[in-house]
Design a protein around this ligand. Structure first.
Ligand code: C2E
Ligand code: CA
Ligand code: CA
Ligand code: CA
Length: 276
């Protein structure tokens, strides 16, 4: 393509080239990171608004590359989706999260672990085997594991059979980024999920944009009517918290209570929080 459209090629190629180079570099480093065990999980507490206790945590993947520094999952996970590395990385996440959840049971009995599942993992038939294998090796009861699947992934790859099969194992399902995936309201009846995670873009607008408050209230009442618990994510302020409480939100997660933390810090935080 270098021979035609000379002007536009000269104008645009350097940028495109750089972006492609960066993705390639990230792919290469990711492979190394996986082989060397350089990934880590942070854990972010989820507070039950009924009891004011932390009842679960979400596992969030972290990667600090020796050359590149910390790389955000928002950057590297889409690339891992594309190059397929998300499959072995996702298996590692699942296993690590289950080990951690089981290790916490003696001091934090009943604490639930939520693990993000990417679209590509969800599209694979062996996701059930991966889950069950991780649970068995860790000795973790399935009822203490929840998988988070985005509404978008569900629309694209989800089958009702898959959701049924996951729930039949006793593992819970949360629909992540709920409200952003363009699913029709009638479709959520077929989701067979336990919890809806209200996308943080709506939470952000509480006290700012009336439309976001209207949507938030609508999702909370929809959840109540259809038997889903609702988790609000990205809760940062007292005002957001008060609004969510007032409108019957079940769980909240966000900087208002705690950021994602390394395992030891998360453990200390939860022990202290639940004592008070
Ligand atoms: P997500 O699943 O929606 O995770 C929530 C994101 O919001 C996390 O970003 C979390 O650190 C951030 N967050 C939590 N509370 C607040 C808050 O109060 N304010 C703000 N501004 N942000 C908050 P993070 O850790 O950068 O992860 C980004 C995304 O990467 C996740 O979005 C998820 O889609 C993906 N991801 C993270 N870990 C994994 C993983 O293990 N597997 C897969 N497949 N995806 C993952
Ligand atoms: Ca999530
Ligand atoms: Ca269950
Ligand atoms: Ca989310």
């Amino acid at each position: 393509s270098k021979s035609n459209g000379r002007n536009s090629v000269h104008r645009y190629e350097p940028e495109l080239g750089r972006a492609a180079d960066e993705r390639l570099a990230l792919s290469r480093r990711m492979r190394v990171a996986l082989a060397n065990g350089e990934f880590r999980l942070d854990y972010q507490p989820q507070v039950d608004l009924l009891t004011n206790r932390v009842t679960g945590v979400e596992a969030l993947l972290r990667w600090r590359d020796a050359e590149l520094g910390p790389v955000s999952p928002a950057t590297f996970i889409p690339i891992a989706e594309e190059n397929g590395l998300i499959v072995p990385i996702g298996e590692w996440v699942m296993q690590q999260a289950c080990f951690q959840a089981q290790a916490w049971q003696s001091t934090l009995p009943g604490l639930r672990m939520s693990v993000n599942i990417s679209p590509r993992q969800f599209a694979r038939a062996d996701i059930l085997r991966v889950m069950e294998c991780a649970l068995t090796r860790a000795g973790l009861p399935p009822s203490l594991l929840e998988v988070e699947i985005t509404e978008g992934a569900l629309m694209a790859y989800g089958s009702i059979e898959m959701l049924r099969a996951i729930r039949a194992t006793g593992v819970d399902i949360a629909i992540d980024d709920f409200g952003t995936g363009y699913s029709s309201l009638s479709y959520i009846r077929t989701f067979h999920a336990d919890r809806l995670k209200l996308d943080m873009s709506f939470v952000r607008g509480i006290g700012e944009h009336r439309e976001d408050e209207v949507i938030t209230r609508a999702i909370l009442s929809l959840g109540r009517a259809l038997g889903f618990k609702v988790v609000a994510e990205g809760v940062e302020t007292d005002n957001q918290l008060a609004f969510l409480r007032r409108h019957g939100c079940n769980f909240v997660q966000g900087y208002r209570f705690a950021r994602p933390m390394v395992a030891a810090d998360a453990h200390a935080f939860i022990l202290n929080f639940n004592e008070g």
